[in-house]
Structures are given as C-alpha cells and as structure tokens.
Ligand binder design. Structure first.
Ligand SMILES: [Zn+2]
Length: 58
C-alpha cells in the first residue's frame, strides 16, 4: 500500500443509526468504533481520533 498522506479519501467512515435508539454508531476504516447521540460529536470523533494501524505488518 502507498498510504501515509492522511485521511483524504472518502468513504472510509461508516455511520448508522442504532435501531430503536437515538444513537449513532460509527466505524472507521482503521477499526476504531464510536457511539454518540450527536452527529456533530460523531464527526468530531472521526476527524480527531487516532487511527489504529495494523501492527501485524511491521
Ligand atoms: Zn480511524
């Protein structure tokens, strides 16, 4: 892979409403997951969390 330039590509995040709740569940391409009831907070998390990189590739 030739990555390393940051999260510039689209469609690396997925968000859905959790059925029966007011909660959003988001997951990042890096494997991180987050649940929040505020879409703004959710996007904030997406943009600021530390991406976990696969360490099996060292
Ligand atoms: Zn991530």
């Amino acid at each position: 892979m030739t990555t390393g330039s940051g999260p510039a590509a689209g469609e690396v995040y997925r968000v859905h409403w959790l059925p029966g709740t007011d909660l959003l569940h988001g997951s990042c391409h890096c494997g991180a997951e987050h649940t929040d009831d505020d879409p703004v907070e959710m996007w904030g998390w997406m943009l600021t969390h530390e991406h976990r990189h696969e360490e099996s590739h060292r």
